[in-house]
Design a protein around this ligand. Sequence first.
Ligand SMILES: NC(=O)c1ccc[n+]([C@@H]2O[C@H](COP(=O)([O-])OP(=O)(O)OC[C@H]3O[C@@H](n4cnc5c(N)ncnc54)[C@H](OP(=O)(O)O)[C@@H]3O)[C@@H](O)[C@H]2O)c1
Length: 313
Amino acid sequence: MSGDGMKAVRIHRFGDDSVLTVENVPIPRPGPGDVLVRVHAAAVNPVDSLVRRGLVAVSDRPLPWIPGWDFAGSVVAVGSEAMGWSVGDVVYGRPSLARDGSYAQYLAVDAGEIAAVPRTVPLESAAAVPLVTLTAWKALFDLGGLEAGKTVLIHAGAGGVGTMAVQLARHRGAKVVATASGDGIELARSLGADEVIDYRGEDFAARGRFADVVLDTVGGETLERSYRVVVPGGSLVTIAGAPDEDRAEGLGISVHTFVLDSNGSRLAEIAALIDADELRPVVSHVLDLDDVAEAHRLIDSGRTRGKIVLRVR
Ligand SMILES: NC(=O)c1ccc[n+]([C@@H]2O[C@H](COP(=O)([O-])OP(=O)(O)OC[C@H]3O[C@@H](n4cnc5c(N)ncnc54)[C@H](OP(=O)(O)O)[C@@H]3O)[C@@H](O)[C@H]2O)c1
């Protein structure tokens, strides 16, 4: 198979969505610790657009790169040291940002970065899960220390990270307050938010210090105002801006940020939650791989609900 070609989207230079080129390229060769996956679906994330525009340096490899860091698909080859996987296994994952991604018919991925897909949802929905759900989990529980009975404020509760964060926090037994607007308000509520603040009509910061944990997925002025709502001893976790440690210290709170790492065993836990009906992926658009530029226009709008997924035929 390694002599054959595959369809993939590559970027040869950084720029607007016109730099996304659909072309025929060699199928990647899996390393000893990798599996080779036939990709059925790949999700689109804001980081894909940041990489495309050259705003985030994920690798010092020379261009061209294949973007896309979420997928679901079937194992078609297993490296000599890739334990635990067999040809035919159906898996999902968030592969390393430093390697070619999943906007392609085939993907070579480290065996530790994948898990068996949730069995109860279509592969297009499974592909929408890994990056945003791992992000929400790490932010809420590993860094935020969110526990049952605590109050969390989740910004952009209708977005990719937000839709999963609302559900994870609710499942943990926290009181969930989310921000959203328009039809995003009903979506966040349907996912388990106890209260949704229409951020276009209400300043959440006017409520004073009410949140044990804030998950900021918006950055900018939303991040700026978020410090003021965290209770003393609480945590602000931002995935969209730079934390101000001095300001946090002055308020008696902690502030965190991070860049996500891959985590196959946590993805197995997440699949179990989906199969137990505790968590549901939210997909608003499924497009063909050929329509990748349209998918990037949507993600660049910053207004989408849940996830955008590319079907890879
Ligand atoms: N550090 C990491 O490891 C990491 C991991 C994942 C994501 N991220 C970053 O986190 C951010 C969010 O990612 P995502 O995938 O969730 O993005 P997304 O799905 O594109 O977010 C879109 C949502 O944001 C909402 N929104 C926009 N402005 C808002 C505001 N001021 N208040 C409340 N909601 C607002 C929109 O709702 P309306 O249409 O109602 O405005 C829309 O539903 C991105 O910047 C991404 O790069 C970082």
